[in-house]
Design a protein around this ligand. Sequence first.
Ligand code: SF4
Ligand code: SF4
Length: 357
Amino acid sequence: MLQTLVLSVTYKCPIKCRYCGVNAGPHRKEKMSLQMIKRLIDEAHSLGTVEVVVFTGGEPFLLGEDLYKAVKYAHVRKLLTRIVTNTFWATSRDKAFYIINRLKDSGLTELNFSCDDFHQEFIPIEHIKWACEAAEETGIPALIASKGLRKSTITPGYLEDYFEGKLTRFQKGQENNKNYVFNYGTTVPVGWESEKLTEKDLLWPEDADCWKRPCQSVLKSIVITPQGKLSICCGIGSEEIPETIIGSTHDYSLLELLIRANNDLIINWLALEGPYGIKTFIEKRASDITFRDRYVNNCHLCHDIFSRKDVRTVLSNSVEDMVPVLSLERAWVENHRDELGGKATDKPITEQYQASA
Ligand code: SF4
Ligand code: SF4
């Protein structure tokens, strides 16, 4: 059930991070109009299941006054609102306070600040500090979202020292209703400098099997690109995985596109088995196609699958063979809806389905 509408309001950004999934930067021009944002919020609101509108990009603060108006528009419709930002605008404590206070008046409910080696190449870390202080003073919960490589300077320890023991680590499933919470993850090698990364550069998670899970966000969150395309991928840039783009919100309503997404084979596959299920299928169909031994997470594997021509060819030639299996798995999910409680599962549905068969 759709819960989160993510509006990627622009691909323009004052900086150009090495591993940016949407290849944002000062060179990009795409931007949503306020009129379009309002239409999408209205459509999402009328679905009756959407709780949160996320404004991201690129850098959403480049919308200027339209950002405050958009937040207010969603707030009036009783939707929660979150802004994901690199804090380029927090050039002093006073400036950060002024801006966050205005957002509070517009009804904003949550902020996410990106903070890691790749953002802090361009943005002084003091911006994050001032933005955090202003968020706390204003009473808007703020999460610091950080990603690293094996040799990153900005690590959990670095952040804990920098914030002098104020930080607590985000726990999976936790509601973000506090200040000074941080989430640290592994960098997925996508973006303009990703080709240079080797296996040794990557930060491998403790949970070695984390890439074998179903996609946790598919069909629960949707992303609208600045050009108005609907993508079901919240992990890495939708442009990287064309299979996750359902159609244009200029041509179809959100409802029509969601119905299409719900009936899409690849999308159901990602939701039920994750990219790991697709990888297993490919390996059975084409023994000459090989994959890495491990991935940092399921988005990493997903990117590998959909960026390879050989893999895509096998998929497009034989994806229909999965119809009976996925139909059974989906029926199983429908029958166990109460047990699952609408939550994403950590295990592929195929395993749960076979265990109970
Ligand atoms: S990762 Fe964020 S801050 Fe960095 S270039 Fe992309 S959109 Fe801009
Ligand atoms: S698993 Fe694939 S579809 Fe899901 S969020 Fe990651 S990249 Fe996107």
